[in-house]
Ligand binder design. Structure first.
Ligand code: MG
Length: 344
């Protein structure tokens, strides 16, 4: 069983359609590594993706490359599930490819009933995108805040609320970029919006940077609008630590950065009260498919139904991962192979 696997890897560089503006600056090119495992006995192969984001606490691309370069070209199953915790993006890439090879039925699970959250561009561009995402069927949209002038962002938010239909909800994501005062002001504004239109702002994500954990707890106790933590819990060890310290709010899981999703599944089984929201790390369809499959399997068993954050197709010129949801197993294999071949 999976004792003899051929291991191959290919680094990729994938430019965004428009540079992505976050609190950490402009992001022009998504870089990562695709891997392919082939069962030497059967000839069947499956893909995986290592998509690190170092400013999210994962290993760097160079560290991931070094790890791949030192592996033998022929490996055993033990390698796939024994990757050190310091390399969480590698853990995800190898584990998910290994599971797909081991359990093709799990890989083919039906994900057609899931709800997704669409990602809006920062600033005023959100206003032109929002209507089109709503028309595409999205009922939850996420928008980055703390990127532009506050007054300007408040105006955009007010316009979004005014123009979007009542059944469209918003997630605001500050990527840890607000000051304490700004966080209070944003939360007060969110409470005001939600007072008039309950649940309109689903949550404010990571208002302060992860090293302000005490202040984040205080904020969560002072406002009605929920706070979701993302950067604070990028890896599973951090998520466990925070949950065990008494955090009862929402936790964002980016499977591609978390580490072992098998270990997350165990932890979730022990703690059904966990309120998790799953989200993309802007992977290619290879990593996205594994991430969505995990999200589809774990999210329904968590405390609260929440849309999955993979509505990011418009950020790249090609390969919207959500097209995989409507694809047959054969069509999906073709697309995943196309992604692999493209970087050959
Ligand atoms: Mg976030």
């Amino acid at each position: 069983m999976l004792t003899d696997l051929k291991f191959e890897f290919r680094p990729y560089r994938r430019p965004f359609r428009q540079p992505l503006r976050t609190h950490h600056g402009l992001w022009l090119i998504r870089e990562g590594i695709l891997i392919r495992l082939t069962d030497i006995g059967t000839g069947i192969h499956r893909y995986g993706e290592i998509a690190p984001i170092p400013w999210f606490g994962s290993e760097t691309l160079e560290q991931a490359l070094q790890f791949c370069q030192q592996l033998p070209r022929q490996i055993s199953k033990a390698y796939l599930f024994g990757i050190p915790e310091e390399l969480p993006a590698c853990q995800f890439g190898f584990e998910s490819a290994g599971l797909a090879l081991q359990d093709p039925d799990g890989f083919n699970r039906d994900l057609s009933g899931l709800a997704f959250c669409g990602l809006l561009p920062a600033g005023e561009a959100a206003l032109t995108q929002a209507g089109s995402l709503y028309e595409q069927g999205y009922r939850v949209l996420k928008w980055k805040v703390g990127v532009r002038e506050r007054q300007q962002e408040w105006q955009v938010l007010t316009d979004l609320i005014k123009h979007l239909p009542q059944d469209c909800h918003l997630r605001l994501d500050a990527n840890g970029g607000l000051t304490g005062l700004e966080a209070h002001e944003w939360l007060a504004l969110c409470d005001q919006v939600n007072h008039h239109s309950p649940g309109r702002i689903e949550f404010l994500e990571q208002p302060l940077s992860p090293n302000h954990s005490t202040e984040l707890v205080h904020l969560s106790q002072q406002y009605q609008t929920p706070i979701a933590l993302d950067e604070s819990v990028a890896q599973l060890s951090q998520l466990k630590r925070l949950h065990q310290s008494g955090w009862v709010g929402i936790l964002v899981v980016k499977p591609a950065l978390l580490g072992s999703c098998l270990a997350l599944q165990d932890y979730r089984d022990q703690h059904p009260e966990l309120d998790l929201v799953f989200s993309s790390a802007l992977e290619t369809p290879i990593g996205a498919w594994h991430g969505i499959a995990w999200a589809g399997s774990l999210q329904p068993k968590t405390a609260c139904p929440r849309a999955l954050g993979w509505g990011v197709g418009s950020f790249f010129p090609t390969w919207d991962p959500l097209t995989l949801l409507r694809a047959s197993a054969e069509e999906r294999e073709t697309l995943l192979q196309e992604v692999w071949d493209f970087y050959g």
